[in-house]
Ligand binder design. Structure first.
Ligand SMILES: C[S@@+](CC[C@H](N)C(=O)[O-])C[C@H]1O[C@@H](n2cnc3c(N)ncnc32)[C@H](O)[C@@H]1O
Length: 212
């Protein structure tokens, strides 16, 4: 039987794991842990995360963001909206996927406008070029789950498509702009205001036997 203080901790907008050195259980992240869970990796100031939680109250949303100021801004937004199905974790994305979150936790994973590292000498820092990140993505996303990506950097977009085409666990899906409600992120709003274009891609984690 969970204690009253544990239930209070579970309701806090900022998710602080009891232990950063072992894999968590879904029950440690949300009180209503049976709901489908979506991850927003590099969630920034949290506009997208919070709007999604308001749009889809039957799902849980966990943001992962390494900058404290952005995490605090997100937590303020969650409190202001009175939402109970969204939390934010202050941590590094790849560590979170590889070591903290259990396998098959997420039904959708969003990576929206990640740092593009435009200089060639920094391309190795891009998430899509990190084998550990890709392994973590495969682990944490459920079979049949979706991975959604947006960027304003065309070179990064092309590179991401190439990397993902080599991932046999993932199949590319169409993603029409109005396919389903999908709020814009803070960075996307800024870029669109500057008349930049934002490209998007969506993949599904295959279910064994899909192509047989
Ligand atoms: C360009 S911003 C985009 C933020 C948000 N997704 C949006 O579109 O408004 C990238 C965000 O990812 C965060 N970030 C970058 N690398 C990260 C990592 N390895 N782990 C966690 N957060 C990261 C940055 O701090 C920043 O807030």
């Amino acid at each position: 039987m969970p204690t009253a203080s544990f239930m209070t901790e579970l309701a806090a907008p900022i998710f602080t794991p009891a232990d950063y050195f072992r894999e968590l259980t879904p029950q440690e992240i949300f009180a209503e842990w049976e709901r489908p869970l979506e991850l927003d990796l590099g969630s920034g100031d949290g506009t997208f995360l919070v709007e999604m939680a308001a749009l889809y109250p039957e799902r849980n949303f966990l943001g992962v963001e390494r900058l404290l100021g952005r995490v605090e801004k997100t937590a303020k937004r969650i409190r202001q909206r009175g939402l109970k199905n969204v939390r934010v974790l202050r941590l590094e994305t790849t560590y979170t996927l590889s070591w903290l979150l259990p396998a098959d936790l997420a039904t959708r994973i969003h990576v929206l406008c990640p740092d593009p590292w435009p200089k060639k000498k920094h391309h190795g820092r891009r998430l899509f070029n990190d084998a550990e990140f890709l392994g973590g993505l495969r682990k944490v996303l459920r079979e049949g789950g979706e991975f959604l990506f947006k960027t304003d950097d065309h070179n990064y977009y092309q590179e991401a498509l190439e990397v993902m085409s080599g991932q046999s666990a993932f199949q590319r899906l169409d993603w029409a702009e109005d396919a389903f409600p999908y709020p814009k992120t803070d960075f996307e709003i800024q870029w669109l205001a500057l008349s930049k274009s934002v490209e998007r891609a969506r993949w599904r984690k295959a279910i064994p036997g899909d192509c047989e």
